[in-house]
Ligand binder design. Structure first.
Ligand SMILES: [Fe+2]
Ligand SMILES: [Fe+2]
Length: 246
C-alpha cells in the first residue's frame, strides 16, 4: 500500500484521495466535496483509514466532515464508517433506505440519514442528488450520488479498471472498463457484477444526468462525455455479462 494517499482536485472543491494497493493492482479512490457541509464519498477500508484521513487533512480538518456517503455495504465503500463518525462528531452517514435498515443502522455508532431516490440534498454551493441503483454496480442497497453544479457522478465500482492509474483521463474509459470486465470473468473474483433486467435502464437513467466527471472508485476519474460513456458501458455490460454463466 502507498505510504501516503495521492490527493488531486478533480473539479472545483472536489478532491480525489487515492491509494494504490499493489497486491490487488488496484487503486482505491475516496472523494471529498469541500463545502459548508463537507461530504466524503467512500470511507475506505479500516486498514486504509489513517491514509485517507491524512489525505482529507491536507484539504480540510477531518473533524469538519458533515456527511459520509457510499454506494453499498462493502469494506472499501464504508468499512471505516465508525472511525469517521468518531473523528467527525457532527458527521452522519447518508444512504438509501435499504442500506440504512439492512446494515448501516445496526453496524454504525450513529444512525444514517436516509436519502430518497432522486432527492437532492444541499450542502452549501453543492447539491447532491441520490439515485437508488439496485445491483448496479452490485448489491441490493446500491445507490450513487450526482453533484449537480459540477455534473460529477460518484459512480463507485462502475468503470473499474486495474493498475496504478493516473488521477484523471479524458479517453479510453469504456475500453479500460471492458477489458477489466472480461478479465474479471475469470479467477477468484469472477461474477462481481450481476446483470439484471434493471442494469440497462438504470445505466441509461444515469446517462440522462449527462455527467461531466465520472468519479469512480477503482482507476482514473474520467473527464468528458459521461452520458455517452454510460450508454457505451450499458452495451458493453450486456455483451460481456448478459450472456449468462461463464
Ligand atoms: Fe463494490
Ligand atoms: Fe469497490
Amino acid at each position: 500500500m502507498n505510504e501516503r494517499a495521492r490527493v488531486t482536485e478533480i473539479a472545483r472543491d472536489q478532491y480525489l484521495i487515492s491509494v494504490y494497493v499493489p497486491g490487488f493492482n488496484l487503486r482505491f479512490n475516496h472523494f471529498l466535496i469541500k463545502d459548508e457541509e463537507p461530504l466524503l464519498f467512500h470511507t475506505g477500508m479500516k486498514q486504509m483509514f489513517p491514509l485517507v484521513r491524512d489525505g482529507v487533512a491536507s484539504v480540510i480538518d477531518p473533524a469538519r466532515i458533515r456527511w459520509i456517503s457510499f454506494s453499498h455495504y462493502e469494506a472499501d465503500e464504508c468499512g471505516a464508517l465508525n472511525e469517521w463518525l468518531h473523528v467527525a462528531p457532527q458527521a452522519t452517514a447518508l444512504c438509501g433506505l435499504v442500506g440504512a435498515l439492512v446494515s448501516v443502522n445496526d453496524m454504525a455508532i450513529r444512525p444514517a440519514r436516509v436519502i430518497a431516490h432522486d432527492e437532492v440534498l444541499t450542502i452549501g454551493r453543492s447539491r447532491v442528488r441520490f439515485r437508488q441503483t439496485p445491483h448496479v454496480p452490485h448489491n441490493w442497497e446500491a445507490g450513487l450520488l450526482f453533484e449537480e453544479g459540477s455534473r460529477t457522478l460518484f459512480c463507485s465500482d462502475l468503470f473499474t479498471h486495474e493498475g496504478d492509474t493516473e488521477p484523471m483521463i479524458e479517453s479510453d474509459i469504456v475500453e479500460r472498463a471492458k477489458q477489466s470486465l472480461i478479465d474479471g470473468q475469470k479467477g477468484p473474483f469472477a461474477n462481481a457484477y450481476p446483470y439484471t433486467p434493471l442494469t440497462e435502464p438504470l445505466l441509461h437513467g444515469l446517462a440522462q444526468l449527462e455527467p461531466r466527471q465520472l468519479a469512480l472508485m477503482h482507476g482514473s476519474v474520467f473527464v468528458g462525455d459521461g452520458g455517452r460513456a454510460l450508454r457505451e458501458l450499458a452495451a458493453t455490460m450486456r455483451d460481456v455479462l448478459g450472456k449468462g454463466a461463464v
